[in-house]
Design a protein around this ligand. Structure first.
Ligand code: NOJ
Ligand code: CA
Length: 703
């Protein structure tokens, strides 16, 4: 039947009628491919026969190439196929994921140049993925991309949850607006960052979340971004058409390609129900299966760290205030006076290890342990760190032994300060140093402008750097959590040692002036579509001046909201980010953080509306216990959920950590109440969530 279909398509194209249609496995989606009069490839997407993406052009503009890969194409071959398999995750929101799609391969030949490209479309039950492929051929070997010309033509003036398009950072608050309002709101949506470069006042980043006037949710992103540059979207706000906009390199080029190769997948997830967007595994499914043979060393981690005290300004990364600048190997730290603020000292680190051991955490992260922090950023310095020279007050061996005796894993920190070549030069030694001292996980960081200068955080060659680090780490059996690197695109399926990524506005910004109180109701629809985030939740003291009188920031969240994050913001790497002394003040609420797992067998999305609320339930991978998390937006709300996901006939006890009735993220963030009740699959709950609030529920089976 399928072959007959292919023959039919070929016939059509030979006849010059080059429109081809195919459907998703459940029939809900229909896609049509066609060529314009001038041979421009185009696609169009329908959900339940309703257009969701209008006819949109496909193609690439090449440098120094009059013809480019834009038009003058004919269809020379097509093939339709079906794929359906279920694969096992190493860690994740569930243990098994179904990868089910129908595929249409369209081979195009450019009349004048004889060059061939393939556009491969995959329709899943939740949307479309497509990519360009450049087969091996005589007339297209090396080429330089001037711009990818993929269009995403919207059907109207949708509501979007967007952050400014930027070649260097995603650390922005989201703005909710109509597409037509992006231009006028753009400037106010840009906040300061150590490295940033916007390109257009209608430029936005992916993953982009939208909602149409008739309630259709549309999410645009990319999958398997490897050896290509990161895609942004530039909006033609008269016609509501997004154009792909790739991140340039130092020369302004947007990609150096050698055939045979493929582009990343462009993804469009669409649903009438926002919960289905969160439930989609399309991004992971469009990535290659795991390439690491033995994954037994890859383990989800719950950790604390010598971190928040530096972020708030209470403590410092730098060892001394004596030197205005340092040169590695030249500056003699033994002559310097230790600053009273230096947190990464052996005694203090041991206190964190004790705290972690007492409360059942897996790991302790320590930042500011290595020489170089005195002038680590803002100077575009190349040889900024060597990743093996510890400060005089940080006893690497002693700490390792102490941690080991307490069953705690130390987590290494490698801030590169954007000096990518310097990091590559030191990488082997740095990883060997980690292994010699019992470290299995590293948090990397890329604060400041990228070196080599002119390259961007999201340029092709810098993405290749992050990929190189991930693969090199896998060789050393090291897990990676990269900060300020490119936002993920599901590569953690292929390299599950990539257990964390920041690449968005994380909790640190609560101490840099604060984030919008509904920020975490947007992130799962945007940043988390590509993979887990090291958001670093768990802040209990919202008034930062209490930690550092010089910092007037306020965390715009309630304690109950912070608990909800551990379930809503899925990550195999979860931090309890606040100081031990703040947890000791609220040990009853801290119990939820201690109990909540970091690995799950299944997940259910109970309520969801981007910008407003999300409620998620997940089942522990290692028991029959369930955990529910809710994060709420700017207005007080009642969350109504049914516990029908619990196993029928079983009895459970629920401990509910909720906002007190008078809680509010700004005026009363620490007001929570903890209640216990017996529940079954028949139980329904109604819980009031504060502005910027939320809740966490642990549901433990009673035998
Ligand atoms: C920014 C990272 O996001 C943060 O977690 C880290 O502490 C600092 N850079 C210093 O490396
Ligand atoms: Ca950061």
């Amino acid at each position: 039947m399928k072959n007959v279909f292919s023959v039919f398509l070929v016939l059509l194209s030979v006849l010059g009628v080059s429109a081809q249609e195919f459907q998703s496995p459940n029939g809900a989606f229909k896609m049509s491919f066609s060529l314009g009069n001038d041979g421009t490839p185009m696609y169009q997407l329908f959900l339940n026969n309703k257009e969701v993406i209008k006819k949109s052009k496909l193609g690439l503009e090449l440098q120094k190439d009059k013809k480019s890969l834009l038009n003058d194409f004919k269809v020379v071959d097509t093939k339709q196929s079906t794929f359906n398999e279920t694969w096992q995750t190493v860690w994740g929101e569930e243990t098994k994921i179904q990868n089910h799609y129908n595929e249409l391969m369209v081979k195009l030949k450019q009349n004048e140049t004889d060059r061939e490209i393939i556009v491969r479309f995959r329709l899943f039950n939740e949307g479309l993925g497509f990519r360009y492929e450049f087969p091996e051929q005589k007339n297209l070997i090396y080429f330089v991309i001037k711009e990818e010309r993929t269009e995403f033509a919207m059907t109207g003036n949708h509501t979007a949850f967007w952050i400014p398009g930027d070649y260097d950072t995603q650390e922005y608050d989201y703005t909710e607006s109509k597409l037509s309002e992006i231009r006028s709101l753009f400037k106010s949506a840009v906040s300061e960052n150590a490295s940033q470069k916007q390109f257009s006042d209608t430029g936005v980043q992916t993953s982009l979340m939208m909602k149409s006037a008739d309630g259709i949710y549309i999410n645009i992103h990319e999958a398997a971004l490897i050896n290509y540059s990161c895609m942004h979207l530039n909006l033609d706000d008269k016609n509501f058409v997004f154009q792909s906009h790739l991140t340039p390199d130092a020369k302004g080029n947007k990609g150096h390609i050698q055939a045979p190769s493929v582009s990343p997948w462009r993804t469009i997830i669409v649903s009438k129900d926002a919960r289905e967007v969160l439930a989609s595994r399309m991004t992971l499914n469009l990535n290659e299966p795991c390439k690491i043979e033995n994954t037994s060393w890859i383990k989800p981690v719950k950790y604390v760290g010598v971190w928040w005290e530096m972020i708030t300004g209470k403590s410092s990364w730098a060892y001394t205030e004596d030197f205005p600048a340092i040169q590695l190997g030249v500056t003699d730290y033994s002559k310097a006076k230790q600053s009273a603020k230096h947190a990464a000292n052996t005694k203090h680190v041991k206190e964190y290890i004790d705290f972690a051991a007492l409360h059942g955490f897996d790991g302790v992260l320590v930042e500011g342990w290595n020489e170089g922090w005195e002038d680590w950023f803002g100077h575009e310095k190349d040889y900024v760190f060597d990743f093996i020279s510890a400060y005089p007050d940080f006893d690497v061996k002693g700490i390792h032994e102490y941690a080991k005796s307490k069953g705690i894993k130390m987590i290494m920190h490698h801030e590169t300060s954007g000096a990518t070549r310097n990091y590559e030069r030191h990488l082997d030694k740095a990883f060997q140093f980690m292994k010699d001292n019992g470290y299995d996980a590293v948090k990397t960081g890329y604060v400041g402008n990228i070196l080599p200068l002119g390259e961007h955080h999201y340029s092709q060659s810098i993405l290749n750097h992050y990929q190189y680090v991930t693969e090199k780490a896998a060789e050393y059996k090291i897990m990676v959590n990269a900060h300020e690197a490119v936002r993920p695109t599901g590569i953690c399926r292929t390299y599950p040692n990539m257990i964390g990524n920041e690449a968005a506005r994380g909790t640190e910004f609560q101490a840099f002036g604060g984030s919008k109180a509904n920020h975490t109701t947007v992130l799962p629809f945007t940043r988390l579509m590509g993979g887990p985030m090291d958001y670093t939740p768990g802040i209990f003291e919202m008034d930062i001046a209490k930690l550092n009188p010089g910092n007037n920031s306020h965390c715009n969240t309630t304690i109950a909201n912070q608990l909800g994050l551990y379930v809503v913001m899925y990550s195999p790497l979860q931090m309890a980010a606040d100081l031990p002394e703040n947890y000791n003040r609220f040990l009853d609420a801290f119990q939820f953080i201690k109990d909540v797992p970091v690995d799950w067998s299944t997940s259910k999305y109970l309520e969801a509306e981007p910008g407003y609320y999300i409620t998620t339930a997940r089942k522990d991978k290692n028991s029959n216990n369930w955990f529910v998390g809710n994060v709420n937006g700017l207005n007080k709300r009642t969350s109504t959920i049914s516990l029908d996901f619990l196993e029928k006939g079983k009895k459970y006890e629920a401990t509910i950590y909720a906002d007190a009735n008078d809680a509010h993220y700004k005026t009363n963030p620490q007001a929570y109440k903890i209640t216990k009740q017996k529940v079954t699959s028949k139980t329904k709950l109604q819980l009031t969530t504060a502005a910027g609030g939320g809740y966490g529920i642990s549901i433990v089976e009673v035998k």
